[in-house]
Design a protein around this ligand. Sequence first.
Ligand code: GLA
Ligand code: ZN
Length: 675
Amino acid sequence: MIEDKKVTKMLYGGDYNPEQWGEDIWAEDMRLFNLAGIDVVTLNVFSWAMLQPSENTYNFETLDKIIDNVTKHGLNICLATSTAAHPAWMARKYPDILRVEFNGMKRKFGSRHNSCPNSPTYRKYSVELARRIAERYKNQENIVAWHISNEYGGECYCENCEKAFRVWLKDRYKTIEAVNAAWDTAFWGHTFYDFDDIVAPNMLSEHFAENRTTFQGISLDYRRFMSDSILDCYRMEYETVKSITPDIQVTTNLMGFFKPLDYQKWAKYMDFVSWDNYPSNEATTATKAMNHDLMRGIKQGKPFCLMEQTPSVTNWLPYNALKRPGVMRLWSYQAVAHGADTVMFFQMRRSIGACEKYHGAIIDHCGHENTRVFREAAALGAELKRLGDATLGARHKSEVAILFDWDNWWAIEYSAGPSVNLKYYDEILRYYETLSNMNISTDIIGVDDDLSQYKMVIAPVLYMTKGDYDEKIRTFVKNGGTFITTFFSGYVNETDLVYTGGYPGKLRDIMGLWVEEQDALPPEMENHFTYDGVRYPATLICDLSHSEGAEILTTYEEDFYAGMPALTKNAFGNGHAYYVCTASNGEFYKHFLGNVMDELNIKPVCITAPDVEATIRSNDKGDYLFLLNHAKTDSTFALNTLDNRGGQDLLTNTKYNAGETITMKPTDVLIIKLD
Ligand code: GLA
Ligand code: ZN
């Protein structure tokens, strides 16, 4: 990921904000970093107020000192541009920088991630700050990456955004007639006569709740526009620093499954992906893994940077449980197992005030190294040194891909009907989790990605079939691929207009069936079907369909549509397409996907005990099998890899023969370099 000749091991460090405490402490910071094996610091994330104390004054004195200090101590720098929170004077003097919320409320100065992305003031001064920072530090040899802003997100509904939205629409649709057609404004007499009639869709206009809109078309386009507007801010800074330091790689820290921003589009403008991993208390091994795989997938499998995670605890959850001993290490290696080439934290030292003073840090308020958290961090630091460059740049080889598409996420959840319980993320997770629990290497891909390398592609709820994506699927299946989709697929085009003539629209010939109706089941209702001898519940949505050539693998058992297909398989060209007409339980997905994968000879990277996750990464130095014990108890299993190889654990140098019994303690990690 960070392709820089200085980087010869997994970088280890994180957000360091010494401008928040006295210089007398900095030497102690350096001593402790050295003890913990820290070799990179992310600097200058929230310093705009310090760097530009008034409109015409810039002051780099403190940042110079900080940079000198960490440089003297041999640390690499990930240098941020500080544009994620504007200075107070700027908000007072130029209120256009302040956002307007979804409910129409104009904000005053406060908080962070708070600038209107279409504010001329923000655009001018953020780029100017990035330019000055890049100019000033362009010869600083220990800068390994630019970190633009911080965790971009949110939205704005101010008049500048509204104006910019009209420009965006003109660019996309050219004429007002085309807009009217795209949004079907003949409905409820919403016809626009002029671009100036169009206002931002929020609680003052088309919406009656966050996801409840009377016009999906405009709301969807506003999502796209907002993601693009914020991306423009990033890109302007990107271009600026890149023009000054073409050899330094540029990133911004993303947030996994973050709905407001279309990261698949964003990743095209990032030299490498970096992201912040803060699993909730409810997160499972699979949900954590799925975030990592998404972050790897948006850059076509290129290793990413784990930019932030807490060493111990967050402060912003309702219940901020500590990471138990060993868990920080386990989750760090989980990130690595899924494609991370760095292990980094928020934050290096705990602040003493404001809302993050109880957020975990490598150095706690007590100020010394004799803490559990510090000891764990130092042990991992030493281990990463020993690992060296072994796994750097290593990639995954997956025969299975799951399609994830932001437009579908937005469109499905704006849809009025069929069910408020239909959540795109949840439907993706059903399939991903099944594969993850079986240790099947899976890529999460977008609509622009090539399908030819996969044996099986799963596109749960492909509600919106954009452009000629159907053609991509058609070619994939014709050429022998196996495609799986589900209920509520193929319904609409990119502006959420229904393809008439029968669902699933352009997918109909591939699936070999016609869907006539869909029944949304309230949570207390179930239908059933029997698959391969086992009876399973049908929940959430039941598509009522007629085969047009597809083999009916099972049918519904109850209600007036008993006997109609619940699962079909269509032979198409040299491949097959499955339509899963309803949702079911985890056992079903395991059974069904297990059968399909048996037919396709798709194998787990390693067969393990339950809750022992396995992935393989490969580079030109070798193939690395990661085994991670997420179970609360010891796990014992025989080493049974895809191609029956043994190898040597890089963390302990222990050798394991193929078939040998392995016992892993809770939170244990093995990185076996396969023979
Ligand atoms: C985010 C931010 C950090 C910090 C952490 C706290 O990831 O980027 O500045 O607020 O959350 O968890
Ligand atoms: Zn705005």
